[in-house]
Write a protein that binds this ligand. Structure first.
Ligand code: URA
Ligand code: SF4
Length: 225
């Protein structure tokens, strides 16, 4: 595991907040430099009683403008895949490993191009994710793509090798004041990793890649039944 960067979101995370309080505090996070060029913090969103948390990488261009996770093209792929796998998005909680949009502007271009967050940014932002997971205590965490999976399992995790397999959720060291509130009633948490829905959009063999995403999500859905 890489060293935790000197500056992180930790000092911005309020101690006794509920999800709404976390979301509110995250608006003014300066835990890494990504807040400088993004439009706004895109915090997690969804059912506070969710049994399943969907974890993406970071907001994209449209999420950055609208302030909500997975509402752009990748979100549309995700929505369809969830329907096909029998997972109800309205009863899930959707969030990202990194809460600000990281992008480059190619010369003369207007379009903002997604840039993958680095390890220091993932670790800087992780106190928000830890606080979300400590409050939600989901039975199932679905990691969408390598960044999400590495945020949970560490940098050596390989989605290609371990996708679609229920794995025990490692402890991120969630803050004790949040952790454990509902643990007596909850089964041991499981993680299923899969590809990022945007991989479907980039693929030449879209049908095949999409079918793989749905197959992994069905494995995840079975964990809940
Ligand atoms: N991609 C992600 O990983 N998350 C989003 O919210 C949108 C696109
Ligand atoms: Fe804070 Fe995360 Fe945004 Fe960095 S990416 S400023 S740690 S919310």
């Amino acid at each position: 595991m890489a060293r935790i960067p000197a500056r992180t979101a930790a000092e911005f995370v309020p101690e006794d907040a509920d999800l709404a309080g976390l979301k509110d505090a995250a608006r003014s996070c300066e835990g890494c430099d990504l807040y400088l060029s993004a439009t706004q913090t895109v915090f997690g969103d969804g059912d506070p009683d969710a049994r399943v948390v969907l974890l993406g990488e970071q907001p994209g261009d449209q999420e950055d403008r609208r302030g909500q996770p997975f509402v752009g093209p990748a979100g549309r792929v995700l929505d369809q895949a969830l329907v096909d796998a029998g997972i109800d998005r309205s009863r899930a909680y959707v969030t990202n490993a990194v809460k600000h949009f990281k992008f480059t502007r190619p010369e003369r271009g207007k379009r903002r191009l997604h840039k993958t967050p680095n390890r220091a940014e993932i670790l800087a932002c992780r106190p928000w994710l830890e606080a979300e997971l400590a409050l939600l205590e989901p039975e199932l965490l679905i990691c969408l793509g390598a960044t999400a999976a590495k945020a949970i399992f560490g940098p050596a995790f390989k989605v290609t090798e371990q996708r679609g397999i229920p794995l025990p959720r490692p402890n991120l060291g969630e803050r004790s004041e949040h952790a454990g509130k509902r643990s007596e009633h909850r089964p041991a948490p499981v993680v299923v990793a899969t590809i990022h829905p945007s991989a479907v959009l980039r693929a030449e063999n879209q049908d095949e890649v999409y079918a793989g995403l749905v197959a992994d999500l069905r494995v995840a859905a079975d964990v809940l039944t």
